[in-house]
Design a protein. Structure first.
Lengths: 180, 502
């Protein structure tokens, strides 16, 4: 489904979807919202991108990270080398990548790993209470208050885990379905 | 420590599954994670059992929400015993699947799904909340569906469709029953429900109706008489490492929930339930064993025997005395171990000879004498020959039946035992004893590597046989524990007080 209108619109809508999904995620403890709904809203962005551009393009845009690097020169100090590497990977990426001695390494995030991270976060948020002798999933809250997001505490970790889990599952389903 | 011990049988498989997902690409790493998880799970289950045995029913409230509102996890002796048995079984099946399952299936997420299945078993046994129980059964259903369909051969998909269709029906009955209970009682905490049904209620008929919904739901899950047809249709299709675990555990978890609910909550109208259960138990035993007698396939005979053995467990519930329930509990544990072991042995045979059909097999006593002895022990445990474990379960059930004078069901159960011996003897004669039928000599040549793999498959079978012998020859502590567990089940004040902290 390659329509120019949708393809152009989705470029503007993707950040909106993601910001709104994160907002839904954080307000979820006392208001309607939470990890599950936030995850679904967030995954709409990726689903639309896949519908317009195809799964390969979605992976290239969102789930792949190119890292650049080159071996350390003999007379170069370690800190200078790290500085250079950071500069190569953070700004002036395109220009540096054209240098012949710079090697490219690709980091690809599979949906399975997003699912696993989400499960891990959600499970571990409950273990914190268990380790201090309280029942599983006992909530710990901080004293301060962040505007818009609210009070941070361990349940937000659980919601974050669910958020990642839902996004991972939807991405996996979308990729498999659109490849067929 | 209290909270940690109850959570561990749930958390350990979950973390194992998560780590396996992280190592999705490498089957070897998943395998090591799996073995580590199984060992930890076994240790944790032992600790839980000792703890519960020493200090009575243990509870924890998830998220510190107090009892009728939050989700309660309860570990009493019955649930702790099922958890440890499933841990032992999981260990054996895991060891079996290293060599006994093909590489393609292993790479497509066999290990994480198996761990999630074990998580579901622990969760279903430990939960003290009806809706939570439903969720755990959903976890079991999903995992079983994935495992039965894993690999996607045609018979597997057929079995998976049958399995899922009928089990979704069961789950919707369960959900409807839960809805009725919540509508009439206003609570889903099992301890509070047990308290509420014992008070004078406005609509006793509605509770009975909900009970019947649960009867149908768990009747399908546990494969009780009119509702068992899906089981022999589905259990013989997947590879043996999968069907051994599912066949060994899942119906018994259904039976566990059945016994739990009908001793704790739906006990108000026993003039209806007890004759009904007696009839169902009798028919389940007889039909299962007759079905087995007509089969000519190693695995199909075993599948039908699952149905027949479920009848014995239901018989304990139908007699409803402490001794009968103890017999039922002992029988569930014995049956999980023995049935899984028989399935694993059929897997070893099929790995070596490439078939489950009794006609094509033969002469195994000559080729694999150790395996024959292991089969002999398991088969005669299943049939209930005295020194082995099946005898004690049947003995307790029969004695309880004679004590309260329900002779018919006892006689039926004894007759079914004889039929079980007949089926086991049939397998013994056909697979181990008779001469191997003539076939192309080139087909008999088995490569060295396969023989070596086949020898490694003896290890899980050996482990299971050790446990079977242990609970058979040294039955005293297990029987005593089963009797304690039955007393806990019948004296529901203990359960209610432990959960509601009164």
């Amino acid at each position: 489904m390659k329509t120019v209108i949708l393809a152009t619109a989705i470029r503007i809508l993707i950040p909106l979807f993601i910001i709104f999904s994160v907002y839904t995620l954080f307000r979820g403890h006392n208001h309607p919202g939470g990890g599950f709904i936030g995850g679904l809203i967030g995954s709409i962005a990726f689903v639309f991108h896949t519908m317009t551009h195809g799964p390969q393009q979605t992976v290239n845009t969102f789930l792949k990270l190119n890292l650049y690097g080159y071996p350390r020169q003999p007379n170069q100090s370690r800190s200078l080398y790290l500085m250079r590497m950071m500069r190569v990977n953070v700004w002036r990426r395109r220009r540096m990548a054209r240098h012949p001695e710079v090697k490219q390494r690709m980091l690809r995030i599979e949906p399975v790993y997003i699912i696993a991270t989400g499960l891990f976060l959600a499970t571990t948020s409950g273990v914190l209470g268990l380790l201090s002798g309280q029942p599983y999933m006992h909530a710990y809250w901080s004293d301060f208050y962040i505007p818009v997001l609210g009070k941070p505490g361990t349940p937000i970790l659980f919601d974050l885990g669910v958020y990642l889990l839902v996004i991972g599952v939807v991405l996996k389903i979308t990729f498999v379905m659109s490849e067929e | 420590m209290n909270h940690l011990l109850i959570m561990l049988p749930i958390l350990i498989p979950l973390y194992g599954a998560i780590l396996s997902l992280f190592c999705w690409r490498s089957v070897r790493v998943q395998l090591y994670i799996g073995i580590l998880t199984q060992v930890c799970l076994l240790v944790a289950s032992f600790l839980l059992l000792f703890d519960v045995n020493e200090s009575g029913i243990r509870t924890t409230q998830i998220g510190s929400w107090p009892a009728p509102y939050g989700i309660t996890l309860v570990a009493d002796l019955f649930s702790a015993m099922i958890v440890i048995t499933s841990a032992i079984t999981g260990m054996a099946v895991y060891l079996f699947s290293i060599k006994g399952l093909d590489k393609a299936r292993q790479t497509f997420g066999y290990y994480p799904v198996l761990l999630v299945l074990q998580l579901g078993v622990s969760g279903a046994c430990l939960t003290g909340d009806l809706f939570n129980l439903f969720v755990w059964f959903e976890v079991l259903l999903m995992c079983c569906f994935v495992l039965i369909a894993l690999g996607g051969t045609k018979p597997q998909l057929e079995g998976a469709i049958k399995y899922v269709t009928i089990n979704i029906l069961a789950t919707s009955f369960l959900l409807a029953g839960i809805g009725i209970v919540y509508g009439t009682m206003g609570s889903l905490n099992m301890a509070e429900l047990a308290l509420l049904v014992r008070m004078p209620v406005a609509h006793p008929a509605l509770i009975n109706m909900a009970g019947m919904f649960f009867l149908i739901a768990f009747g399908i899950k546990a494969a009780i008489f009119p509702l068992f047809f899906w089981l022999p249709a589905a259990y013989h299709t997947p590879p043996i490492a999968i069907s051994a675990f599912i066949a060994g555990i899942i119906t018994k978890v259904g039976m566990y929930a059945f016994i739990r609910l009908f001793t704790l909550i739906f006990v108000t109208d026993q003039e209806l339930t007890i004759p009904l259960f007696t009839v169902l138990a009798g028919f389940t035993m007889v039909i299962g064993v007759l079905g087995a007698a007509s089969q000519n396939d190693f695995r199909k005979i075993l599948s039908f025997h699952i149905v027949s053995q479920i009848g014995y467990m239901l018989m304990g519930l139908a007699l409803f005395t402490p001794l009968a329930l103890a017999g039922s509990i002992y029988f569930i544990i014995h049956n999980i171990l023995v049935k899984t072991n028989l399935f694993l042995i059929s897997g070893v045979v099929a790995h070596r000879h490439g078939t489950f059909a009794l006609k094509k097999l033969g002469g195994l006593y000559l080729q694999q004498p150790i395996l024959s002895v292991l089969f002999f022990i398991s088969a005669f445990s299943l049939a209930g020959i005295p020194p082995f474990s099946g005898f004690w379960g049947k003995f307790m059930l029969a004695k309880a039946g004679f004590e309260i004078g329900s002779f018919t069901i006892v006689l039926v159960s004894l007759a079914v035992s004889l039929m079980t011996i007949f089926s086991m003897t049939k397998i013994w004669n056909e697979v181990f004893w008779k001469k191997k039928p003539e076939q192309e000599p080139l087909l008999d040549v088995v490569p060295q590597q396969k023989l070596r793999d086949n020898r490694q498959l003896y290890l899980p079978v050996g482990i299971m046989t050790v446990f079977i012998l242990l609970i058979g020859l040294y039955a005293e502590p297990v029987v005593a524990m089963a009797q304690l567990a039955a007393e806990q089940l019948l004296n529901s004040k203990l359960y209610i007080n432990a959960v509601l902290k009164r």
